[in-house]
Design a binder for this molecule. Sequence first.
Ligand code: PMP
Length: 527
Amino acid sequence: TEPEFTGPELAEPYLRQVLGTAGLAVEYVRAENNTLFRIGEDGAEIPVVDFAGGYGSVLLGHNHPAIVDRARELLAEGTPVHAQFSRHPYANRLASELNRIIHRELGTEEPYFAIFANTGAEAVEAAVKHAELDRGIRLAALQEELAVHRERAREAVASGTAAVTADVYARLGTDAPAPGDGFDALAAELTRRNAEQLAHPPLFLSLEGGFHGKLAASVQLTHNEAYRVPFKSLAAQARFVPRERPEALKEIYAQERRAVWDLTVSDGRVEITEHEFPVFCGFLVEPIQGEGGIHVLSAEFAGEIQRFCEAIDCPVIIDEIQSGLGRTGTLLASSQIGLRGDYYTLAKTLGGGIAKTSVMLVREARYRKEFEIVHSSTFAKDSFSCHIALKVLELLEADGGSAYRRAAERGEALRAVLDSVRADFPEVVKDVRGKGLMLGLEFHDHSGSSSTILREAATGGLFGYVLAGHLLHRHDIRTFPTASALSTLRFEPSLHLSDKEISQLDLGLRDICGILRDHAGERLMGA
Ligand code: PMP
């Protein structure tokens, strides 16, 4: 074992302190299956049942033996981990295996091209960049078309086969120019107005409660204001669509749509027509919101989003970073609600709890090969993580997909316990949500509790963390609130989750619910 480190604390000491106030600044020394081990005061290992599941990255369990073996093998073989700018057959194999499964789930044969990255947020950033590259190419084509039309009209006016009439100016809301410079003045005015519109930055659509990462572009798509607002000036903005409110889509569209003027000639007259252009760059959706408090997108709202995006030609970017790779019983949680993406992002479980890898997939109809030349990362698409991800897919697909079935079955067993806790403590538990091994339990607001400890935890933003601290120290259970909804505890254990571990959680949650019901904050461990 490592000697104790006694130097200065420089790796996020403040965060450690904050965790410490909720009793969560413990050290884990080992991990296997569904268990993390910490060292107790007597020096012995204390097993902790892990319901946080590496924030969704260890669906297959900590240090899954087949993945560890594969990692050992790869290193022993001297796999060319960093062989950038070469052929990458392992990346191709991985992309094609992902395609095979996705095609099966979506019932389509359209290829999805793969851009590999290292983290979830990075895959989202790649999607954002690709969507903007695509939008830029479409905008350039539109500008080209406008220029061709303008020149055609100019020639028609010059040759006397068409004239600019006063109603054109009426439509623009300006006075007709002096006779003689009619067409040039009109063309200049339209070019000026169009340039103003076209310079408008791209707009993303995202759902209220959505979480898509914390890098410069992706954090602007993440609803949580604390994460997003300080960095607002760094990247394109999103409009946040309220969940399950289809009518909001039309309202936002009406407010945000933009158009340019096109010049055409018809029946000897120059006419101007409005032409919409792609201001909406992408619509990001999680089929199940993770950090926003475990909210399941309904098939109905998914359908509304799909139709809306089709109508306005806005790509649908489905973020399956947390929900994907088997957690809800299918590779893509979105395939269960009939939602089809132009883009997908996958990460977390893709690395099998060992590698750090992610991928952004784009369907052929939207794919811009130019992207491959302008986007890359030193670490992405490396042999090690591609081979590990291939092993992950092999484990998910083995035995006719028994891992998917297990995720669904274990999820139901876990959900039954959460539901029964809710039924027994309706005054404490507000809701239980989720699908498969992606579940959440929301507590009622306790900011009005007669217990000072509970009231302060609730108003200070530490409510879920204080409960998590109690579960850890009293019940050897590890979980956390979701990042943006602090009254919701997350349950995203691995496939190894046993009935015994579910009972352990049952006991722990009932203890907590009793404390909350009795306003007995002083009974919380560490309080
Ligand atoms: N998207 C979703 C849906 C996520 O849940 C997360 C991480 N919680 C991310 C993006 C960002 O992933 P990462 O932390 O690897 O950057």
